[in-house]
Design a protein. Structure first.
Length: 80
């Protein structure tokens, strides 16, 4: 699920609807172990600190790319 597009109080509602529609189906937790090591390596190579917020936004961008046909990133670099 594209979690960044949901508000925090909407997530339990969505999960409840999904469980009603697909009873007994458990979604696996995303495994970002390889991606996290690549992010940390890339930060090290670029002399950046792998801040928690930066890593979170990188994963959110990846999730958006996976589910969308196109996207636009607007704003200053590292602006959040």
């Amino acid at each position: 699920v594209n979690v960044p597009k949901f508000l925090s109080h909407d997530l339990p509602l969505f999960e409840g609807i999904a469980k009603d529609l697909f009873p007994g189906v458990e979604l696996p937790k995303p495994d970002y172990l390889n991606m996290l090591s690549a992010i940390n390596w890339s930060c090290e190579q670029s002399n950046l600190q792998p801040e928690k917020y930066f890593i979170q936004k990188t994963i959110e961008l990846y999730e958006m790319i996976v589910v969308r046909h196109g996207l636009m990133v607007v704003g200053l670099s590292y602006g959040g």
